[in-house]
Design a protein around this ligand. Sequence first.
Ligand code: SF4
Ligand code: ZN
Ligand code: ZN
Length: 309
Amino acid sequence: MKCVRCRGRAEVQLRAHNAAYCRPCFVFVFRRQVERAIDSEAMFSHGERLLIAVSGGKDSLALWDVLADLGHDTTGLYVGLGIGAYSELSHAKVVAFAERRGLPLRVVMLDEHADGLGVPTVAGRTRRPPCSACGTMKRHWFDAAAIEGGFDVLATGHNLDDEAARLLGNVIHWEMDHLARQRPVLAATHPRFVRKVKPLFLTSEYETAVYAFMRGIDYVVDECPNAAGATQLVYKDVLNRLEAASPGSKLAFVKEFQRTAQPAFAAAPRDTPHDCERCGMPAYGTLCAYCRLVDEVERKTAAHAGAPA
Ligand code: SF4
Ligand SMILES: [Zn+2]
Ligand SMILES: [Zn+2]
């Protein structure tokens, strides 16, 4: 198998792109693909300050690696979710990556923070699925950290597989509001929101894994223990089977949604957020989703403490 760029010996084959590359060409093409996604969606420009949400996994660390190498002003953000050994290991990988590359890193540890609430505590007390509690908490702390640090943009490592699975879930349940917001760039619609971007939205999980390997990025390989029960994995599995039978399906699904259908969903009138009465973050009711979650934890903790043994 030959590299389609230099005719040298290929190391990786990308069936969705009907192409094969040697190591240097793959790294070059991967970066160019990310750069093109950034430019075509006008995600951000040089000179803007980027906060990169890094979990310790391959996607977010590959993203940070690419953006730093492209000369952007990047700072990592690690939010410690308090999920036992998984969180400890992922924290260590992020710290080691930042140190090795000499890149600035901000860390927010949820169970050491003012509310003292890690994901397992919140999920346990509210009886919500861990990923639902985790999503609300991460969104809150990502926004809070971006505003506090005066960043222009928050970038996450969501890849093509994540976006395709999310799209499938949103379509199956016809989540009109979610479909209207499923964009690789979300403008700041509130003074306490920053622009959110997903530069890897057209880059497959396989490609980021290969990139991370070729670049020698040391990432946490094990999934979060809560991932096993997540519906997202079922959607990913279905999409992987579709992709195996018809290479390029995921890319077409996400790309064509963005090009043809998404603008129609986004055109429907939607509420604009106002200020949470407690913390000032964007809210669609009196309180934001995070403050409502914290209230629920407190209410249920108090009820539990008052219950007869
Ligand atoms: S799998 Fe669920 S709980 Fe674990 S990090 Fe992801 S969203 Fe959070
Ligand atoms: Zn080559
Ligand atoms: Zn709030």
